[in-house]
Ligand binder design. Structure first.
Ligand code: HEC
Ligand code: HEC
Length: 203
């Protein structure tokens, strides 16, 4: 069998599986959610800081719910291997196996983000929107900052966390971005950072 034929077969299998799950969901939405979204054991540690289902209520603790799985996994690896450091996260990440990190990334990515409760300053948010267009943030982060693969979703992330990350990239205390964000952040003033965070946290 050629690789292409195999690919078609696999796709057909995935469709059959999806149909099966849809059928099951129609019968019992609750049971399906429990089997697909079962939390890995170590998620109990994470939710202490990142909130129930990864919907953190602490402004400096990032919301993980709805983040891309690939990005979450890569960040855990970066904390493990010292490319990104944080006094709270580094020891926790070092304690995870690769399989655990993958399962946690998939789990939090599959959770529904809930509103972050931030009260936006409309004038600053408008300046932030203009700045994001000028700097072409969404060329990488996609429209509405929804993210894809290794590029994070920033939409509706906590204001304070966004400010901290942009400052960290600018000061080069966070450098695990292959140069993308440190270069962009270098062009931003403190006011730009504040306005951008006002805008994006309200998306
Ligand atoms: C003691 C509090 C604490 C616990 C427990 C904790 N974290 Fe974190 N985590 C943080 C903080 C604080 C940050 C932000 C670090 C920074 O400012 O760069 C973070 C960042 C992250 C990030 C990067 C998110 C992003 O948007 O870049 C991931 C992924 C993450 N944590 C996953 C986990 C997982 C998975 C667990 C459980 C195994 C966990 N965390 C447990 C405090 C915690
Ligand atoms: C050239 C592509 C590119 C552009 C342009 C870009 N970003 Fe990013 N951004 C990235 C990548 C890639 C990462 C993840 C870096 C990593 O792996 O640690 C990131 C990370 C971030 C983070 C950290 C998210 C988190 O959860 O920790 C924020 C906040 C952010 N970008 C905001 C912006 C803003 C605001 C702009 C425009 C002013 C922008 N980005 C422009 C590629 C880009």
């Amino acid at each position: 069998m050629t690789e292409r034929q195999w690919g078609v077969l696999k796709a057909a299998g995935a469709l059959a599986l999806a149909a099966f799950f849809n059928g099951a969901a129609a019968q019992s939405a609750g049971a399906e959610a429990a089997s697909v979204n079962a939390a890995p054991a170590k998620a109990a540690i994470c939710v202490e800081c990142h909130g129930p289902n990864g919907n953190s209520r602490i402004p400096l603790h990032p919301i993980l719910a709805g983040q891309t799985s690939r990005y979450l996994y890569l960040q855990l690896r970066d904390f493990q291997e010292g490319r990104r450091t944080n006094a709270q996260m580094t020891p926790i990440a070092k304690d995870l196996s690769r399989d655990e990190a993958r399962a946690l990334a998939d789990y939090f990515a599959a959770q529904k983000p809930t509103p972050n409760g931030f009260k936006q300053d409309a004038a600053k948010a408008e300046l932030g929107r203009k700045k994001s267009e000028e700097v072409l943030c969404t060329m990488c982060h996609l429209g509405g900052f929804s993210g894809q693969n290794e590029i994070p979703r920033v939409a509706a992330q906590h204001h304070d966390y966004i400010v901290k990350q942009l400052r960290d990239f600018k000061a080069r205390t966070r450098t695990n971005d292959a140069g993308n964000m440190t270069a962009v952040a270098n062009t931003l003033s403190d006011a730009d950072i504040e306005n951008l965070a006002q805008y994006i946290s309200g998306l």
